[in-house]
Design a protein around this ligand. Sequence first.
Ligand code: ZN
Ligand code: ZN
Length: 310
Amino acid sequence: MVTKKKPANTPVCSSCNEPAVVCQRQSHRNLCSTHFIREVEERFFLTVEKSRLIRSGDRIAVALSGGKDSTALLLLLSRHLQKWQDVSLIAITVDEGIKGYREETIRAAERVAEKIGVKHQIISFQDLFSDNLDALLKGRETQACTICGILRKKALIEGAKKVRATKIATGHNLDDEAQSVLMNVLRGDLPRLVRDSTVETSGCFIPRIKPLAELSEKEIASYLYVRGMFLTLPECPYTKFALRAEVRSMLSGLEHRNPGTMLRLMESQKKIEKYLGGTMFSRSLRRCRQCGDPCSGDLCQVCRLRQSLG
Ligand SMILES: [Zn+2]
Ligand SMILES: [Zn+2]
C-alpha cells in the first residue's frame, strides 16, 4: 500500500490540521493563524478580566508609540471593548523629539489609530518641558533611558489628564517586565522590585494598567504579522546605552534554551512582592514643593531631574 507522504517540515496546527504558522516551544503546540489569533486574544482577555483591569465607565488613555507593542495593545483593547458600551479609548503619543526616529514612528501611530478608529493626541516634550529630548540630554546620552523614562511618564500623565482619562494603558510585554525584574535585582533595588508598578504612588493618581504583561514580545510580533499589521520601524538610537539592552539579550538567550524562563522570573517576583510588598516599603505620600504633584520626598522625580539638568 502506498501512502501519500506529506512534504517534510510542514507542521500542522495541533487544533485543526491546517498548516501551522507558529510553534509554541513551551507547550510543544503548533498553531495555524486562526487558532493562534484566537489563543492570543483569549489570553489577553483573560489577563484583563482576572485582574479587573477595566471597569464600566472607564476612559482609557492608551500610550501609542507607534511600535509593535503599543499597536497590538490598541488593537487588542479595541477588540475586547467591542462588548463594553460605556468604555472608551483614546490614543496618546509622546513626542520626545528624537531626531531620525520619532518622525517616522509618529506617522505610524497616526495611521494605526486611524485604521483602528480611535481618537489620537500627540503631546510633546517641547511643549511640556520647553525643549526636546536631544537638547535636554546633551552630554548625558548614557543616562538617556532613565531621563527619558521619567519625562515620558510625566508627559503621559499630563496627556491623560487633558483627555480626562480614568486609566493609562501601556504596552509593556512579558519580556519588558521580566527585564525590569532582573534589572532591579542587578541594581539591588529591592523597593522597586517589590513595588507593584500598577499601583502608582509617585506622581500620578491615574492608575496604570499593563494588559500585555503576560504575552511575550515574540507572540505580539507574530500576532501583528498574522493580522497583517506588522511594521518595521527604526529603533530608538539611545537604547544601545541602556543596561536593559544587555539584560534583554541575556534573557532572550535563556528563554530560547529554557522556554518559560521569563514566566518563572515573573512568578518569583510576584511571590517576593506578596511577602514583602506593602510591609517593608510602604511610603507616605507628600506633595512636591515645586509643582505640587504627589511624591515621596521633598521634590518629585521630574522636578529633581529638571533641577539637575539646569
Ligand atoms: Zn488551527
Ligand atoms: Zn515636582
